[in-house]
Design a protein around this ligand. Structure first.
Ligand code: SF4
Length: 396
């Protein structure tokens, strides 16, 4: 595998994302696209043509200047033409990652084919282990196939990173997932709070799957200890900053911190690919939109008639504004009454939108600070993050 460097320098990500269609070979209980995966007649269900996907990735490279891309399905490894799409991305300088459950890569030649097509790495969804994993993804034997795929990745030299969603079912496995990451040489592990995003905003979430923050924190911290000690980059997405001891806040990424993670998505291009026409098989593409224009669609910034032309708003400000829109308007995050006394409120998203209905706001623990923290990089600035060799020229 290529050597990677590490840095505490924080720069804005240049990674885009494309959704090929919500067609999948698993049925994860916590999937953000659960309804669209199940409904074959949903306009976002079928895979789009290779031609349309190619137009989208060309736009990400040529208009938005992205240099990497996360390719998602549904499940991208079962997309007909995935190798052609990846080869095209690699050729135009948009280094491809597949966000995948990897169960279809239980044959070594499938893994080798992606490697030969120029896939830079796989972001493998490891939401638990053994029968527990099979139960949560709804397919018997899925864990065994995923483990075979990871073996093939090691054998063919395909770098991997892990995603793990923090549900009740995965919590007992977090340390084992961390150990697995060590054993297969995963470069990064992302723990992702179970969010009320997309289809999960439609009443699908229940106490059966959603864990309280105070239930998540102990096994999460234990897993972070394993990864931090092993030098594996570990990130926790969408978790209130006060819910872990201060030493672990460098690992926490709320919406304001995400643009400083090189493996996360560029809010500018994401604002465009997130539009329905770019997520459906049928129809053409939307007109291009800048991040400032996307922000101006929100009531939060539309109230300022000069927003589009103001010279005192920097590029980083635009990303921060987008973060506020995503947390407050798109995902309905809320602050507890106690958050008003918190020194980190300015860089924290607060609690998930439906969280108080499950558990109340009693877990909020305002962070003491001499003066309010206002830099999103305040905690993450001390985290060592990896930089792939291809990004060294601008990210180190
Ligand atoms: S703003 Fe609220 S949720 Fe966030 S760290 Fe402070 S007390 Fe916790």
């Amino acid at each position: 595998m290529n050597p990677v460097a590490k840095t505490t320098r924080r720069v804005l990500t240049r990674r885009g994302v494309v959704w090929l269609g919500q067609t999948c070979n698993l049925r994860c209980r916590f999937c953000y696209f659960q309804t669209r995966i199940e409904a074959k007649d949903h306009p976002e269900h079928p895979f789009m043509s290779l031609e349309k996907a190619t137009s989208i990735v060309d736009t990400l490279r040529n208009h938005y200047g992205n240099s990497a891309i996360d390719i998602q399905g549904g499940e991208p490894t079962i997309y007909p033409g995935i190798e052609k799409l990846c080869a095209h991305c690699a050729e135009i300088g948009l280094l491809p990652t597949l966000i995948t459950n990897a169960v279809a890569l239980n044959k070594r030649e499938a893994c080798q084919g992606l490697k030969d097509a120029g896939v830079r790495d796989l972001l493998v969804s490891v939401h638990g282990l053994g029968k527990n994993y099979d139960d949560v993804v709804g397919v018997p034997g899925a864990h065994k196939r995923q483990m075979a795929a990871l073996d093939h990745c090691v054998a063919v030299g395909m770098p991997v990173r892990f995603n793990c969603v923090l549900t009740n079912s995965s919590l007992p496995h977090l340390s084992a997932v961390a150990e697995l990451a060590k054993s297969v040489g995963a470069r990064v592990v992302n723990f992702i709070a179970f969010n009320p995003f997309e289809d999960q905003q439609k009443g699908e979430r229940s106490r059966e799957d959603v864990a309280a923050y105070s239930e998540v924190a102990p096994p999460l911290v234990a897993a972070l200890d394993i990864l931090n000690a092993a030098g594996v980059e570990a990130n926790v997405r969408y978790f209130p900053l006060c819910q872990v001891p201060e030493a672990y806040r460098r690992n926490l990424y709320n919406f304001q911190q995400l643009p400083y993670d090189l493996h996360e998505w560029d809010y500018a291009s994401w604002s465009w690919t997130d539009m329905k026409p770019q997520r459906m098989r049928d129809g053409g593409l939307s007109p291009l939109i800048s991040l400032r224009q996307a922000n101006f669609r929100s009531p939060m910034f539309r109230a300022d008639p000069d927003y589009l032309t103001r010279g005192d708003i920097s590029g980083e400000d635009e990303y921060r504004h987008s973060a506020l829109i995503r947390a407050r308007e798109h995902c309905g995050y809320k602050y507890a009454p106690a958050c008003d006394a918190c020194g980190a409120k300015g860089i924290c998203d607060g609690f998930h939108g439906d969280y108080a209905a499950f558990f109340g706001f009693g877990e909020a623990r305002p962070i003491a600070a001499d003066s309010p923290v206002d830099d999103p990089r305040h905690y993450i600035g001390s985290q060592e993050k990896i930089v792939e060799p291809e990004d060294a020229g601008w990210a180190l």
